[in-house]
Design a protein around this ligand. Structure first.
Ligand SMILES: N[C@@H](CCC(=O)N[C@@H](CS)C(=O)NCC(=O)O)C(=O)O
Length: 243
């Protein structure tokens, strides 16, 4: 049995959820405590125990025949594990060079693109500042780089891959924080539309957007369709004891 610890707005956790769904790997999802200031406190005891960095996502696999269950963390490491566990459908490209290139793109989504977005988290009240403008320019340059990659392919690295999953999720956060994708990168806009329609992506991104809306926080326009037909949560009335 696989158990994935994530958070309701965890972009790194969302990557792993999507990948497991794409592969048809069953898992139990545990949403750890997450407060209105976006802090993961109090830390879930399993996350604190397993990950010295105290971050989600964390994965436990009790089906593995080791001395005890397998306990691992870090979204990219979890991608590798899922791929080994269930090679089909392959989400790294086949062949040494294409695979290395896909891994680079997945890393760039997390560690080159997303740091610009993280800068914007603290600048939401000051989007005209030089720092915010530089972060938005960094995102725009990355969008242009991906636009060039999409000239010969429908996906970022040839076929659909972990690179598409990682960048799709990171871009959702960029959009929320004001680094908007525009018609300056039409192929990338069309790519986002295609990826956003995948059932595995919908299954993860829809509840995330519904969580944001439930907290009166902004949902990017291109994701607002996930808020339609949501049944409002009504606390259950205690059942009266039959007389
Ligand atoms: N490189 C890690 C990053 C994990 C990460 O930053 N997780 C966030 C949630 S999306 C977290 O747990 N933050 C809480 C903290 O850093 O204290 C990965 O890919 O899993």
């Amino acid at each position: 049995m696989l158990t994935l610890y994530s958070g309701p707005l965890s972009m790194f956790g969302a990557k792993v959820q999507i990948a497991a769904l794409e592969k048809g790997i069953a898992f139990e999802l545990v949403m750890v405590p997450f407060d209105r200031d976006d802090r993961y406190l109090p830390l879930h005891p399993e996350v604190a125990r397993i990950n010295p960095k105290k971050q989600v996502p964390v994965l436990i696999d009790t089906d593995i025949d080791l001395a005890g269950p397998l306990e691992i963390f870090d979204s990219t490491q979890l991608f590798e594990y899922l791929e080994d566990l269930k090679p089909e459908p392959a989400l790294w490209q086949r062949g040494v060079a294409p695979r290395a290139r896909t891994r680079q793109l997945e890393l760039k989504a997390d560690e080159v693109f997303f740091p610009h977005v993280i800068k914007l988290f603290g600048l939401q009240d000051d989007m005209q500042s030089a720092a915010a403008q530089a972060a938005c320019a960094g995102c725009a340059a990355f969008y242009e780089y991906l636009e060039r990659l999409l000239a010969d392919s429908d996906c970022l690295a040839g076929g659909y891959s972990y690179a598409d999953i990682a960048f799709y999720v990171a871009q959702t956060y960029a959009e929320r924080k004001g680094a908007l994708m525009t018609t300056a990168t039409p192929r990338l806009m069309a790519w986002r539309e295609r990826v956003g329609q995948r059932p595995a992506v919908v299954e993860v991104i829809a509840p995330m957007m519904q969580f944001l809306a439930s907290q009166n926080r902004g949902v990017p326009p291109h994701l607002q369709h996930h808020l339609q037909n949501v049944v409002p949560h009504r606390p259950q009335q205690p059942r009266s004891t039959p007389a």
